[in-house]
Design a protein around this ligand. Structure first.
Ligand code: GLA
Length: 402
C-alpha cells in the first residue's frame, strides 16, 4: 500500500538512519513512571493500514468498530480499533495536531467516544520524525503536546513509526514518547514501529509494549519488494528472536493479512497459527465489515487465540527444520505445549512430533487437541501427527495427563 512518493521518502529516511547511525551522540531520558500493565498478553485488534492504506475516514472507523462488535471478533478478544497513517493533516498555530477535517469532520474525540461506546478501545498512529511515512506531520519535538492531546481524546494505543527521523537515535526517540505517554494521565499501549533497525529487542522491553522486528508484511505467501516481505519471509526473520519477548514486551512480526485475498485459506490458517506461536499481537488488517465465512472462522478460532494469549507469555520457537518441513513449539502455562507441524512444500506431507522433541518422557500420556479440526485424542503416547496439506499446518495443544 505504498505510493511511489511514499517509497521515495521512506528510502531516503532509511538511508539517513543507516548513514548517520555510527557517529551519533544521544542522551536517553530516564523513564520515572512505570510502564502501564496494559499488554500482559499480546494486544488484539484491527488496524486500517493493510487493507485501506491512506484511505481512512470516520465512517470507515465507525463501520469497522461496529463490525468488530457484531461479527464475533470482539467476543473472540479483539478490542483495539487503530487508525494508521494519514488521519492527520496539519498543526494549528499553537502546534496542536489536527485531524483531516474532510475525512474526520466530527473530530477524533467523538470517534474515540464512539469506539468506546461499543465496548472497544481506540488507537492512533504517529511517527518519531518530522513527517509520517505518508508525509503527514510527525511528532518530533511535539511528543509531550501530542501525548497530552491523545490522552484528552481517549486514545488507548499508539503505533509510533520511524520515517523521516534523520539522525535520531531510536532508543532515545522512543523513550521521549514513552515518557510523554506515561505522564499523560492515561494508560496507553506504546507500539514501537522501528522495523528492527536498531535492536529494538534490547530497549523495547523497557520503553514500549511491543516492537516491530522487520519491515512491512504484504499479502503474499512469500516474496520481497523493497522493504516489504511475504508472510513466510517475515516468519523466517522471527526465528531465534524469542528471548526478549514477555508480558508487556512483545516481538511484533507485523499485522495480519488474513482475509485480504492474496493467500489461500490454507495459507491464512498457517499465517494465523504461526503468529499465535510467535505470541504476536493479533491485529487484523482486513475489512471486518465484509468477512467471508473462512476469514471469520480463522480470525475467531478460540483455540488458536488461546495459544496466542497464553498467560505464561512465552514466545514459541522453531525446533526442527528439514527442507520444507518445520516443527514449531510453544510452552504454555501449567506444562502444556502448543505445536505447529508446518509444511512449506507443494505436496502433502506426513509429519509427526515425537515426545523427545517436546521433552516429555517416552511413556507419558497426553491429550492432544487438533486446533483446526477440533479433534481431541486422549492418552496419546510417544508421538502424534498426520498429513499436512501443502502450505498448511496441523496445530496441536498437548496436555500431559498427570
Ligand atoms: C510504515 C509502517 C507501516 C505503516 C506505514 C504507514 O511503512 O511500517 O506499518 O504504518 O508506514 O505509512
Amino acid at each position: 500500500m505504498h505510493s511511489l512518493f511514499r517509497r521515495a521518502v521512506y528510502a531516503v529516511a532509511l538511508l539517513g538512519v543507516i548513514a548517520a547511525a555510527p557517529a551519533q551522540a544521544h542522551e536517553t531520558l530516564k523513564l520515572d513512571a512505570p510502564k502501564p500493565n496494559v499488554a500482559p498478553t499480546p494486544p488484539m485488534g484491527w488496524n486500517s493500514w493493510n487493507k485501506f492504506g491512506c484511505n481512512v475516514s470516520e465512517q470507515l472507523v465507525r463501520q469497522q468498530a461496529e463490525a468488530m462488535a457484531a461479527s464475533g471478533m470482539k467476543a473472540a478478544g479483539y478490542q483495539y480499533v487503530v487508525i494508521d497513517d494519514c488521519w492527520q493533516k496539519s498543526r494549528d498555530a499553537d502546534g496542536n495536531i489536527q485531524a483531516d477535517p474532510e475525512r474526520f469532520p466530527s473530530g477524533i474525540k467523538a470517534l474515540a467516544d464512539y469506539v468506546h461506546s461499543k465496548g472497544l478501545k481506540f488507537g492512533l498512529y504517529s511517527d518519531a520524525g518530522s513527517l509520517t511515512c505518508g508525509g503527514r506531520p510527525g511528532s518530533a519535538g511535539h511528543e509531550f503536546q501530542d501525548a497530552r492531546q491523545y490522552a484528552r481524546w481517549g486514545v488507548d494505543y499508539l503505533k509510533y513509526d520511524w520515517c523521516h527521523t534523520g539522525t535520531r537515535n531510536a532508543e532515545a526517540a522512543y523513550t521521549i514518547m514513552a515518557k510523554a505517554l506515561r505522564e499523560s494521565g492515561r494508560d496507553i499501549v506504546l507500539s514501537i514501529c522501528e522495523w528492527g533497525t536498531d535492536h529494538p529487542e534490547r530497549w523495547g522491553p523497557t520503553v514500549g509494549h511491543l516492537w516491530r522486528t522487520t519491515g512491512d508484511i504484504y499479502d503474499a505467501w512469500e516474496g520481497k519488494k523493497e522493504w516489504s516481505h511475504g508472510m513466510t519471509n517475515i516468519l523466517d526473520m522471527q526465528a531465534e528472536r524469542e528471548r526478549p519477548s514477555a508480558p508487556n514486551a512483545w516481538n511484533d512480526p507485523d499485522m495480519l493479512e488474513v482475509g485480504n485475498g492474496g493467500m489461500t485459506t490454507t495459507e491464512y490458517e498457517a499465517h494465523f497459527s504461526l503468529w499465535a506461536m510467535l505470541a504476536a499481537p493479533l491485529i487484523a488488517g482486513n475489512d471486518l465489515s465484509r468477512m467471508d465465512a473462512d476469514t471469520r472462522r480463522i480470525l475467531t478460532n478460540a483455540d488458536v487465540i488461546a495459544i496466542d494469549q497464553d498467560p505464561l507469555g512465552q514466545q514459541g520457537r522453531r525446533i526442527l527444520k528439514e527442507g520444507d518441513l518445520e516443527i514449531w513449539v510453544r510452552a504454555l502455562k501449567g506444562g502444556e505445549q502448543a505445536v505447529v507441524l508446518f509444511n512449506r512444500g507443494k505436496t502433502p506431507a506426513d509429519m509427526k512430533v515425537g515426545w523427545d522433541l517436546l521433552r516429555l518422557p517416552a511413556g507419558q500420556k497426553a491429550d492432544v487437541k487438533d486446533l483446526w479440526s477440533k479433534k481431541l485424542t486422549k492418552n496419546v503416547i510417544g508421538s502424534y501427527g498426520g498429513k499436512v496439506a501443502p502450505h498448511g499446518v496441523i496445530m496441536l495443544r498437548i496436555t500431559p495427563v498427570l
